[in-house]
Design a protein around this ligand. Structure first.
Ligand code: DCP
Ligand code: MG
Length: 678
């Protein structure tokens, strides 16, 4: 029985929504005074019986299962285990403390209600009225007036309208947001030419040199920069100034909108600040991690995290434990990533599903030659070969082998790829890809370091529920902190700060939040921990049908949407109506950053938002489909602002589905209540 069912049948039967905690009940800036229970009730009532509701129930059951597993591990810990891990924790804390850097001044800037503010700028009649950008299916953001009603980003428009009947809807217009974003970036550049853009409306600036050169404090610079942004764009932003990026981001949210918060470069100030900070405020500690830490260890603040350091080290994989401890000490990155590093090279092909082994092997030959030729062009030799398969029912599997030598020869690649593939046969596939990583330029045939493991490491990308024999085999050990990490397991330190030179226009980077996100994912996928590296890598390589090589900018992102159990379910199963759900193959994060469908930029740390962003497109398309099916669903009349056709709209029209993309379920199946509540 799930929590929702329990609440229906138990003491809370009169208020079943109380346990219905969706992302919509997570407060964003400007939502402090919102009647949370009212929002919960409306969301509950509007979505009950819908696919969304089922999805939330499953997520909750899944989380509960994970909490139980951790509790079981906790119960097994003896006193000597705890004191053993306390020693480990103390050592880690001392090591982390030694890395604390208070010499830099970082500024994080984030535009206020960005899309909504841009729309208001172009239509001042919206000023002071509750409005949201998005559609009936999904909102991208809401202005601060609307937030008072509980309306927020990633909420379906019809729920928002129920919460705020006066809500004005404005369609998305990315061209405008990109233009304004460009103006803000010119300002950022004046303060830090190497600033790191994290999304259209967000950036990190190392203002240490600027402060020193101008003899200004961080607070003065933040003030001036915000003023400049206002002058250049007519919009307000908020800023946080702190000794590292992790803290600066937290700080920029504190006095939103149009405010700033300065954390001095002093250890005592940092430690005091971080101690009382709710863990959820840390970018990347999402709902899953928060619930697990709370449900298993009763941890809600960073201070409590530090107090439970021993248990954290005992229960969680060491990368996660390191992260939790560093967060609880307020330690974050202070360096500016300068070097573009290529981590891997890959090629993949999407094709009509086939189980024909001759065809599959021929495709492998093509892929091997393609990869080899790309590597040769770049003079790259690699040692770890990964085979990615997407089965007919969209299950993604990846297997990797680490060779004892570096190579770029197509024969070598094919030989090892074949071995990996054979282990999977028989299988019906719709996509196959090869990736080479672990580079050593110009060292073909050179034997690898003999101390390193060279055995094949089978990295299993299973469904996130951990089902499947291989994933299960991993699940036991992955709960222990002293798990033997596979030699190819991801090295976060090595991968999470890579400037992507291929991203046009501006540089962007993967912040601490991304590392944090990976921890969220590690926990989220603890049943398939060893799959992390590869699954993540696979997700960055999602390409539209028929496209070829992609140079990865990073490995640690996009996991959630790729292996969410829910998605597996959506992709593989049929709904009651018998039609298959819309495949998401055409949706992916270009350069791990930009939505392939609409160009929206969402950094990897926006785990939930990314998921919902795709849900938004899914719902949007379903709705489109519905409309073109002679309006089977009666759409409520929305208070849309009059708007000429934008490039975005035109783009959407161009993106009409091809017949091969499968059937769709109607929007009213996805959100069953849509037509009934207006
Ligand atoms: N965005 C989106 N989908 C989401 C979240 C955000 O499309 N689920 C878009 C719209 C936002 C922009 O990204 O305007 C920036 O996101 P923020 O989280 O910074 O939100 P806002 O700028 O809208 O509000 P604020 O920063 O004031 O909280
Ligand atoms: Mg913003």
């Amino acid at each position: 029985m799930t929590e929702i069912e329990k609440s229906n049948s138990g003491n809370d039967s009169a208020r079943p929504w109380q346990t219905y905690n969706t992302v919509y009940t997570t407060a964003k800036a400007g939502m402090e005074g919102v009647d949370k229970e009212k929002v919960q009730r409306v969301v509950y009532e509007m979505s009950k019986g819908s696919k969304y509701f089922e999805h939330e129930e499953k997520k909750e059951a899944y989380m509960k299962q994970k909490i139980e597993s951790f509790r079981a591990q906790l119960a097994k810990l003896t006193d000597s285990d705890v004191s053993h891990h306390q020693k480990i924790a103390d050592r880690k804390i001392a090591e982390l403390e030694a890395t604390r850097d208070l010499s830099r001044i970082w500024l994080h800037v984030d535009m206020d209600a960005f899309y909504a503010a841009v729309e208001t700028l172009s239509n001042p009649s919206l000023e002071g009225k509750p409005m949201a950008v998005g559609s009936m299916s999904m909102l991208s953001t809401a202005n601060y007036e609307a937030r008072k009603f509980g309306v927020r980003a990633a909420m379906p428009g019809f729920i928002a309208r129920k919460l705020c009947p006066e809500l004005i809807f404005v369609p998305i217009d990315f061209k405008k947001y990109t233009h304004i974003s460009g103006l803000t970036r010119k300002v950022f550049h004046r303060y830090d030419p190497n600033f790191l853009a994290a999304s259209l409306d967000e950036a990190y600036l190392d203002i240490t040199n600027f402060c020193n050169d101008k003899g200004m404090t961080g607070a003065q610079v933040a003030e001036e920069l915000r003023e400049c942004i206002h002058e250049e764009t007519g919009l307000t932003c908020s800023a946080g100034v702190a000794p590292n990026r992790l803290l600066a981001k937290v700080c920029s949210d504190i006095n939103k909108p149009n405010g700033q918060f300065i954390l001095p470069n002093e250890r005592a100030a940092v430690v005091t600040f971080i101690s009382s900070l709710p863990i959820r405020k840390i970018g990347g500690i999402g709902k899953v991690t928060e619930n697990i830490l709370k449900g298993v260890l009763g941890i809600t603040t960073c201070e409590e995290m530090l107090q439970k350091s021993s248990i954290i080290c005992a229960l969680f994989p060491h990368t996660s434990a390191d992260f939790f401890l560093s967060v609880s000490l307020g330690i974050g990155r202070t360096d500016t990533p300068q070097v573009t590093q290529r981590k891997s090279m890959s090629t993949e092909r999407t094709f009509s599903s086939t189980g024909n082994e001759t065809l599959i092997f021929q495709k492998l030959v093509d892929l091997s030659e393609n990869l080899s030729s790309d590597m040769k062009k770049e003079g790259i030799h690699g040692r770890t070969l990964t085979l990615k398969l997407k089965t007919a029912c969209f299950e993604v599997r990846t297997w990797a082998v680490t060779l004892p030598y570096y190579t770029c020869s197509s024969e070598d690649i094919l030989k090892h790829a074949k071995k990996l593939l054979k282990a999977e046969l028989p299988v019906s596939l719709r996509l196959m890809g090869l990736r080479m990583s672990h580079f050593s330029e110009g060292r073909e045939g050179v034997a690898a370091d003999p101390k390193q493991k060279t055995l094949s490491n089978f990295l299993v990308a299973e469904d996130a529920s951990g089902r499947g024999p291989r994933a299960q085999a991993q699940s036991e050990s992955s709960l222990c902190s002293d798990i033997q990490e596979p030699s190819e397991s991801i090295d976060f330190a090595d991968t999470h700060q890579i400037r992507d030179s291929e991203h046009t226009g501006t540089s962007h980077f993967h912040s601490e939040a991304e590392t944090q996100e990976t921890f969220d994912h590690q926990i989220d996928n603890f049943n398939a921990k060893v799959s992390h590296h590869d699954t993540v890598g696979a997700s960055t390589e999602l390409l539209p049908a028929g496209t070829g090589r992609l140079v990865e900018s990073d490995l640690s992102s996009g996991l959630f949407e790729e292996i969410s159990f829910d998605q597996q379910k959506r992709n593989c199963s049929n709904d009651e109506t018998g039609s298959s759900l819309y495949p998401r193959e055409s949706m992916f994060w270009l350069n791990d950053y930009q939505c392939s469908v609409c160009g929206a930029e969402l950094p990897p740390s926006f785990t939930e938002e990314r998921q919902e962003h795709f849900d938004f497109h899914l719902a949007e398309r379903l709705q489109d489909e519905e409309s073109s099916n002679k309006n089977r669903l009666v759409k409520p009349k929305l208070r849309f602002v009059e708007k000429e056709e934008t490039s975005y709209n035109r783009q959407k029209k161009k993106q009409k589905r091809s017949p091969s993309r499968g059937k769709h379920i109607p929007i009213d199946v996805f959100f069953a209540k849509t037509s009934q509540n207006f």
